[in-house]
Design a protein around this ligand. Structure first.
Ligand code: C5P
Length: 283
């Protein structure tokens, strides 16, 4: 039996460069892992096949779960003879939140299977297997701070986000990622993140400049019914956040704080209104 943490991610930037002939979009994103994690436990079993259990009743338990898809892809691509597995997921990352919770569970499965059955496999090959399952999975296999380009699978390691506190708040609404992508009209995107400036600010470990460059183009196309995203952003900024932004395709919003005390006060205040509020750190 092996338990592996599956860390959530935040987008420090998310830019859409264009629509591709394969229906996906070319992206440029600066991603950051945070210490909010699901626990993914793999137990080999006598019975063949892959079973999934989860502490949330509405998560898929069959082959439709991304964790099961990851295990199936690992055995299909690695040449390792398939073994029977039970995958137990303890969910801490909000679901359908823009934090790559499902992708991270799949990535945790890939890391454990590589460790157990194919330790000689290069991490790049594991990331390539991840790309077959979902666009965010390669990044989740690697974690940390990274630039993700293409569909999200071309990764470049970056210097870490300097120490800071992060308040993560998910409103009750959920947004479908394909729906949000379908609302993007490239010519109408008014504003793009300064990704090059973000990379320089990370290189210089300058939290002030990093904070000023945090931006997600999806905020520009959010339908009106997601106005809560903007009210959470305003609240975080009003409570001293250096920056506040939606992550991924949302609707989760995060605020960056220099000191733990003001972040804790902001988290405390938001938890009166929202069920999913977390005080986190980058990892
Ligand atoms: O790859 P994944 O299954 O996570 O993507 C979910 C959906 O998000 C895709 O079906 C597509 O609609 C959209 N997407 C996109 N461009 C990307 C990544 C995702 O259009 N780079």
């Amino acid at each position: 039996m092996r338990t592996e943490p599956a860390y959530a991610k935040l987008n420090l930037t998310l830019d859409i460069l264009g629509k591709r002939p394969d229906g996906y979009h070319d992206l440029r994103m600066v991603m950051q892992s945070i210490d909010l994690a699901d626990q993914v436990t793999l137990s080999p079993r006598e019975e063949p096949g892959i079973g999934v259990t989860a502490d949330l009743p509405y998560l898929p338990r069959d082959g439709g779960n991304i964790a099961a898809k990851a295990a199936a892809a690992f055995f299909a691509q690695s040449g390792v003879p398939p073994v029977g597995l039970t995958i137990a997921i303890r969910k801490m990352i909000p679901v359908c939140a823009g934090m790559a919770g499902g992708s991270s569970d799949g990535a945790a499965v890939l890391r454990v299977l590589r460790d157990l059955y194919a330790p000689e496999m290069p991490m790049e090959q594991l990331e390539e297997i991840g790309a077959l399952i979902g666009s965010d999975v390669p990044y989740c296999v690697r974690g940390g701070t990274a630039l993700a380009e293409g569909r999200g699978e071309h990764l470049t390691a970056l210097p870490p986000l300097p120490p800071c506190s992060l308040v993560v708040c998910k409103p009750a609404c959920s947004i479908s990622t394909p729906e949000l992508f379908s609302l993007v009209r490239m010519k109408k995107l008014r504003c793009h993140p300064d990704t090059a400036g973000m990379l320089r600010a990370l290189e210089d470990q300058d939290l002030e400049r990093i904070a000023r460059r945090i931006y997600n183009v999806f905020e520009d196309v959010l339908p009106r019914r997601y106005a809560e995203v903007f009210s959470i952003k305003s609240e975080l900024l009003g409570m001293g956040a250096m920056a506040a932004s939606m992550t991924g395709s949302g609707p989760t919003v995060f605020g960056v704080f220099r000191d733990r005390e003001s972040a804790a006060r902001a988290a405390e205040s938001l938890s009166g209104q929202y069920a999913a509020v977390h005080l986190c750190r980058p990892i």
